[in-house]
Design a protein around this ligand. Structure first.
Ligand SMILES: Cc1ncc(COP(=O)(O)O)c(C=O)c1O
Length: 380
């Protein structure tokens, strides 16, 4: 008997997604900023306590908006982890900034806060912590450094919606923060994102930048009698059809998060003893962090054992994947002076990290199959 393939990720319908989509279409407003977009934004503003949330077509888009709002320009530096998705960095590089790569902590794989201050110069125009796996960066010390030097923080919170650090929601520490609703995230609409504007000074300009550089949002609120080109900008609004899908997911927040929590805790419980006996490290979540249960990884003892385990699982039709390659060693990173040895923890972790299948509809049988296959693996 052949068993079914277990994918790494699978999008799910968890509530009223299809009903809301049909409503968005029947309502006659399927472009951006319709009622579903406004409802999503309101849900997030209230749940997180953020003054203004603006849906975007991706987290990448929201990061690009953040770079425009901070007036990033050639000659500016931006402090970013090397262990992240390319958009965290590219958004600032697009405006002409130079990325200054900081290494990560070996435990949470987040920006190493002890290494940030020595990278600050008068050219530093932003610090961009990434909350890896939805576990909060050390926002206390990072916030103090940023405040001491008057540098704005942009949180890349693609993984960490509804996570907390010392009781405060991730995405509420920076002047600006970004979310992703990409298919692989806990809450999704296929492709989507949001800009969280915590510093109210950026609200009006954020609306303009998102609306092709026009004051159309003010026009729709009746604050001006016509709208026109007032600033730089682009088209960052998602369709209301996508927002309709997203609203249903946000409304199912409790069931999505509790199911993901069960999956995460089951992996942890089932693999803890095996990991301890094989020099494999499981995720670390500090006591002052409430995580989002976004992903579950194994940190293998070597690159070879990671490769072997991915192959071993693939032979059993189980799809495990690696994650970020060090950005400072990429062809683009090297153009900014990146070299081997610059971020040693990133370099080592990137070679050894493996993410296990993790999705809402995953059954206990699926999980048992993954765990049994891992236990049957002979490390090289
Ligand atoms: C940390 C991080 N930031 C940004 C992004 C980009 O998100 P999006 O696909 O919504 O643009 C990702 C994508 O996975 C990510 O992992």
């Amino acid at each position: 008997m052949t068993s079914e393939s277990i994918p790494f990720n699978k999008p799910a319908i968890v509530g009223r997604e299809l009903y809301y989509i049909s409503q968005a279409i029947q309502q006659g407003h399927s472009s951006g900023d319709g009622s579903f977009s406004r409802r999503c934004q309101r849900v997030l503003e209230l749940a997180l306590g953020v003054p203004r949330v603006l849906l975007t077509t991706s987290c990448t888009d929201a990061l690009e908006m953040a770079a425009v709002l901070l007036n990033i320009a050639p000659g500016d530096d931006v402090i970013v982890p090397s262990f992240t998705f390319v958009s965290t960095v590219n958004a600032f590089v697009l405006r002409g900034a130079t990325p200054v790569f900081v290494d990560i902590r070996p435990d949470t794989l987040n920006m190493d806060e002890t290494q940030v201050e020595r990278l600050v110069t008068p050219r530093t125009k932003a610090i961009v912590p990434v909350h890896y796996a939805g576990v909060g960066c050390e926002m206390g010390p990072i916030g103090e450094i940023a405040a001491r030097h008057g540098i704005p923080i942009v949180e890349d919170n693609a993984h960490g919606l509804f996570s907390k650090y010392r009781g405060q929601n991730l995405g509420t520490f920076g002047a600006l923060a970004t979310q992703s609703f990409h298919e692989t995230k806990n809450f999704t609409c296929g492709e989507g994102g949001a800009l969280l504007v915590n510093d109210e000074r950026y609200v009006q300009r954020a609306e303009i930048v998102r609306e092709k550089g026009t004051d159309r949002s003010r026009f729709f609120r009746g604050e001006v009698d016509k709208y026109t080109w007032v600033d730089v900008g682009s088209s960052h609004l998602p369709s209301d059809i996508l927002a309709a899908f997203l609203l249903a997911q946000l409304e199912s927040r409790e069931s999505i998060q509790s199911r993901r929590r069960e999956i995460w805790e089951r992996y942890y419980g089932d693999l803890e003893a095996w990991a301890g006996g094989h020099d494999v490290r499981l995720p670390v979540v500090p006591a002052d962090c409430e995580q989002s249960f976004h992903l579950f990884y194994l940190l293998m003892p070597s690159a070879e054992s990671r490769k072997g385990l991915i192959r071993h699982l693939k032979e059993r039709d189980i799809h495990a994947v690696f994650h970020y390659l060090p950005l400072h060693l990429s062809p683009m990173g090297q153009r900014y002076g990146g070299s081997r040895g610059q971020c040693p923890v990133t370099e080592s972790v990137s070679d050894r990290l493996l993410r296990l299948p993790f999705f809402f509809d995953m059954t206990e049988q699926d999980q048992d199959r993954v765990v049994e296959a891992i236990r049957a693996f002979r490390l090289p």
